[in-house]
Design a protein around this ligand. Structure first.
Ligand code: UN1
Length: 504
């Protein structure tokens, strides 16, 4: 099955790791892509090196000169075609995501749908890159602002959403008139090659190249070069807080922009006024979905003490019914972790749980079979346990009881990260308090909706150590453009603002 799939997406057993429309003959160290469901190699990629990166950057820089001159709605037309090409390849690409990354098929397909959705959004946006107009304080003067393309954008993506986050960035940046250089995670190189092939087809049909570019290479070789490269006015990156700190430092030093989407430590509050069945379903998807490897995954569950026992019992029962297995098996609800290092990290976190007095209520082990399989794990915890402050990219859910909403909110916000959050309650005052300025401090705050699975239409991102960036919907496009304020004098006088007189 996997050989057919690779062929359909234009993948070879050995692929090259850099592309500007045509693939460059890269000769860097080989990267072997492993299937996390069985540990077997899928295919190989020859990584890009410094000279390959340079070639790609030159193409991207040259393409910007012409791409930015094309009217935005025409650029939108190209993105519409990209969406259609993704529609035509949804099944194959969704399967490849599941094969290489390990998320279950419904989620692999959902991820490709997210790409299609953002393309549709961007097509409409291409006619709506609005600036404001202002009233000048000077007579016969007109003031307005306009948005111009920014340049070549550097995009760094993580393994867990190997294709959707690319689309969030490129669909928007493309209609904004930018060209891009993409460095995907070294854990998911094949999905990147497949996506590039899809984009290439659309570009070829339109006689274009150098707009969507790919460089697969080591962080030290390619990643660091991108951060320091003055030709990249914006680095948009998804990954750990540690990685974000490095990016903010290097890119900040050259006073360029960053769009950072870093770690989350997302909590769900289940109040005594909650519909527990709704809450149960949302918590299960939030904590077990994608094997806990979303930045929006639910990691902390704050339960009102009056419902804590009943809800915990329901959850333990539900966890017992989670079918773990091959990501492409349709009965599977939870696939593997991405690699054995991730399994090691989870086990190390559970050692800390034990040392800090947490109690494992369900799971806690790895499965004795090929592939990186672990059990979804429930831990009875306390908010003051150090490990609860950390994001472990694995299906561990910390359950913590609270007495009243004020205490719950305090615990809720008392972590370094601030991505996503939710409360389950049928009580209006509780819901509004959670959404108010003294409620959740996260970039995303939901009522009776879980922490993960956001739609593309909203701005996506978070506060505090999550990095402050916003990508995807709403007005996130603005970071991909430069704003220019224009004042035009159409009169015969030369008045100065603020009433200043300066005549000879
Ligand atoms: C991520 O985990 O980096 O909201 C992105 C969600 C998805 C995107 C997650 N739409 O869970």
């Amino acid at each position: 099955m996997s050989a057919d799939l690779l062929q359909k997406l234009g993948l070879e057993s050995t692929n090259h790791g850099a592309c500007t429309g045509t693939w460059l003959e890269t000769s860097g160290k080989e990267l072997v892509s492993l299937n996390p469901s069985n540990g077997e190699p899928i295919a190989r990629v020859k990584q890009a090196e410094a000279e390959d990166y340079e070639k790609v950057m030159q193409q991207a820089t040259a393409a910007f000169e012409t791409w930015r001159m094309m009217p935005a709605p025409q650029r939108g037309e190209i993105v519409r075609q990209l969406g259609d090409e993704l529609r035509a390849n949804k099944d194959a690409l969704g399967r490849l995501v599941s094969l290489e990354m390990g998320k279950v098929l419904t989620e692999g397909l959902g991820e490709v749908q997210e790409m299609i959705d953002i393309c549709d959004f961007a097509v409409g946006l291409s006619r709506q890159l609005y600036g404001l107009s202002m009233h000048s304080e000077r007579g016969q003067h007109r003031m307005y602002e306009q948005w111009h393309p920014l340049g070549v954008i550097g995009i760094v993506t993580a393994f867990n959403f190997p294709v959707a986050v690319w689309a969030w960035n490129v669909a928007i940046a493309a209609v904004c008139g930018d060209t891009m250089v993409w460095k995907p995670s070294s854990k998911t190189p094949l999905t990147a090659v497949a996506v590039q092939n899809i984009a290439n087809r659309v570009m070829e049909r339109n006689g274009l190249s150098g707009i969507f570019n790919l460089v697969i290479g080591r962080g030290a070789e390619v990643g660091e070069r991108m951060l320091a490269d003055r030709r990249l006015p914006l680095i948009s990156a998804t990954g750990s807080c540690r990685m974000g700190r490095r990016i903010a430092t290097v890119v900040g030093e050259r006073l360029a922009r960053t769009l950072l989407e870093l770690g989350g430590n997302n909590a769900v509050i289940v109040s005594e006024h909650a519909n527990l069945d709704l809450a149960l379903r949302a918590v299960l998807f939030g904590a077990v979905g994608t094997a806990g490897q979303r930045c929006t995954s639910t990691r902390r569950l704050l339960l009102h003490k009056s419902i804590a026992k009943e809800f915990t019992e329901k959850l333990v029962r539900a966890y017992g019914n989670v079918v773990i297995g091959d990501a492409l098996d349709e009965n599977t609800l939870m696939g593997p972790l991405v690699d054995d290092a991730a399994v090691g990290d989870m086990m190390a976190a559970l050692e800390q749980v034990a040392a800090q007095g947490g109690e494992v209520l369900h799971g806690g082990g790895k499965l004795d079979r090929p592939g990186n399989f672990v059990e979804p794990t429930l831990v009875k915890a306390r908010a003051d346990m150090e490990i609860v402050q950390e994001e472990t990219f694995a299906p561990i859910l910390y359950i913590i009881e609270y007495d009243d909403l004020d205490e719950a909110l305090k615990m809720h916000n008392d972590v370094p990260q601030g991505l996503s959050s939710s409360i389950f309650t049928q009580n209006l005052i509780e819901a509004e308090t959670f959404l108010s300025h003294r409620g959740s401090d996260c970039g995303i705050a939901n009522v009776n909706v879980g922490t993960s699975g956001a739609e593309i239409g909203g701005a996506f991102g978070g506060e505090k150590e999550t990095g402050g960036g916003r990508e995807s919907g709403s007005d996130s496009w603005k970071i991909y453009m430069r704003r220019q304020t224009n004042t035009i004098n159409w009169g015969a006088e030369m008045p100065l603002a603020q009433g200043v007189k300066f005549d000879v």
